[in-house]
Design a protein around this ligand. Sequence first.
Ligand SMILES: *Cc1c(COP(=O)(O)O)cnc(C)c1O
Length: 376
Amino acid sequence: MLAAMSRPIIGHLDPAFIAMMEEMRAMLQSAFKTRNALTLPVSAPGSAGMETCFVNLVEPGDKVIVCINGVFGGRMKENVERCGGTAVTVEDDWGTPVSVDKVESALQAHPDARLLAFVHAETSTGAESDVQALCELAHRHDCLALVDAVTSLGGSPLHVDDWGVDAIYSGSQKCLSCTPGLSPVSFSERAVERIRSRRSRVQSWFLDLNLVMGYWIGSDGKRAYHHTAPINALYALHEALVILHEEGLEASWARHRRHHEALRAGLEGMGLHFLVDQAHRLPQLNAVLVPEGVDEAGVRAALLERYGLEIGAGLGPYAGRIWRIGLMGHAANERNVLVCLGALESILAEAGAAVPGKALPAARAVYGEQLRREAA
Ligand SMILES: *Cc1c(COP(=O)(O)O)cnc(C)c1O
């Protein structure tokens, strides 16, 4: 990836670069499992992909149902309001998925809502929501469905077309293991229709898809300069997508799941408990409760200083109460799982926590079982 970034810088309308853009769009379509023509990477991080979706789809006065079960749903509400829309929020406890029943009641109570927005993989808690069920509900109530897939793309099953997603954004640096700074997005025909029939101009010039399309897709074989594309960052994304396609999307989903199972067994083997119940746990984001009396930040600092391992802190109501262990992209591997378990268990034991010392045997048993299953 870094080697790809150091390739010679060429013009953003160079025929060789345009050929690469087309490859990238095709690879993004298969990563999202979509045939959406309007699929491209926004030239800025995941938050800009989020804004791209909202500024293009929300007009002043529009009503939007926004699901909040963690940090990122809260940001969606901000976006709706800054676009002049009215956000109707459906709130669920942090650590639980978005409640399909509550969303259905909100859609019934607000038949004038035009959009339903929610997060697939809530990175602040490690909870996964049911994209397919929520999209079906949205369509049944004449709403478009807008999905945050920043942490899910490449790491968890995601079928944009089959599940009926209308607008989706992701990020380069989570399960795609690319450098930060780019946000793949994709829009269905229905969403494109909504954008084309807007009553008002998109308030952001930079994120206005009508203009961005002129560069990324063009018309009559001609492309127009809109902004200077971050050429080297796009080399890296191209490389990350090639790596994903060489492994295979389904194989990548399965790898995240496999290493999560081993990590889970190990964490439970050292007596830790997950925040999210098993049915809604993301493989790529493992949130565990900090045991009573343990210095939460001290443990993270020791992991980083002594083992070069960084784990995340809790956010919002879970600040100081959970650790968030990421297994994203190429970081989802056996070495990381075993090093993390061994290191965390030693640090907890040193801190005087009652750890049963069963983390590594439990993880190894899961890996052994997986090998036996594969061989069978
Ligand atoms: C990381 C993240 C974002 C924001 O992405 P940035 O690249 O940091 O702007 C948005 N939503 C979710 C669920 C995320 O995990």
